[in-house]
Design a protein around this ligand. Structure first.
Ligand code: HEM
Length: 219
């Protein structure tokens, strides 16, 4: 029974984690339209938020983040404070060659959750500017992004947060493969490298956005 539980926890962590890893990659790529200017970015954002499927996607994001966070924290405390930890540990011991990122998953994950809440308050529920393109009215989210990222405090906060997003992903992506039993022998190192690349692309791709806005955009 205990073994079954630990397998179920592994699957929950891996599948919900991957769903979010996929989301952040698509969010980062879509956001690159920031570099194409207000009209392109606002039209893209309007297309997303006015699509009826957005409600299903948002419900999925909320469910998966709750599943991932609560399961992760439950495992973290269980392994830390119970005399009989589950086989699946979110905090491997140092003598097994654990990296900083694997040791710190619970901390970087909790930080990301706090970041996410402030992020949604800043943008999704932030000031509602409107704009009109060819008689079509939509939210001017670009204006808000420009405004936010012309404040150096936000730029620093985003760079620090995105660093932790990268650290969390760098271990999370490869440990998802491991949890689902998809790593065999030599593939271990390749999967680890894929995890690092994925994390670097997401973190640097996102970081470029506040940096560009602060230092280069004078619209
Ligand atoms: C430079 C980095 C980022 C920028 C500029 C950015 C920008 C934005 C903007 C403008 C929105 C509002 C979209 C709209 O309502 O039209 C948004 C929503 C959102 N962002 Fe980000 N984002 C960044 C990083 C992240 C990261 C790292 C995460 C996850 C850890 C994240 C998760 C979300 C989520 C969940 C939403 C709400 C999506 C929805 O409900 O439709 N973002 N972001």
């Amino acid at each position: 029974m205990k073994y079954m539980n630990s397998i179920a926890y592994k699957w929950i962590m891996a599948l919900t984690g991957w769903a979010w890893a996929l989301f952040v990659m698509t969010h980062m790529i879509g956001n690159m339209l920031i570099f194409s200017g207000a009209k392109a970015y606002n039209t893209y954002s309007h297309f997303l938020v006015s699509n009826p499927l957005i409600y299903i996607a948002e419900a999925g994001l909320v469910l998966t983040i709750l599943g991932h966070s609560f399961t992760g924290l439950f495992l973290f405390f269980k392994n830390r404070y119970c005399s009989k930890p589950l086989t699946y540990s979110v905090k491997p011991t140092r003598n097994k060659g654990a990296s900083f990122s694997s040791q710190s998953m619970a901390y970087t994950g909790s930080f990301m959750l706090a970041f996410l809440i402030t992020h949604l308050i800043t943008f999704k529920y932030g000031t509602l500017y409107m704009v009109k393109y060819e008689d079509k009215e939509m939210r001017d989210i670009f204006r808000l992004v420009v405004e936010v990222f012309h404040n150096p405090n936000y730029v620093i906060w985003y760079i620090i947060s995105l660093f932790f997003v990268g650290v969390h992903l760098s271990h999370g992506v490869s440990s998802g493969f491991q949890s689902l039993g998809l790593i065999h022998g030599k593939s271990r190192n390749i999967i680890k490298i894929i995890g690092y690349f994925y994390a670097i692309i997401v973190a640097l791709g996102f970081m470029a956005q506040p940096i560009f806005m602060y230092f280069f955009y004078r619209g």
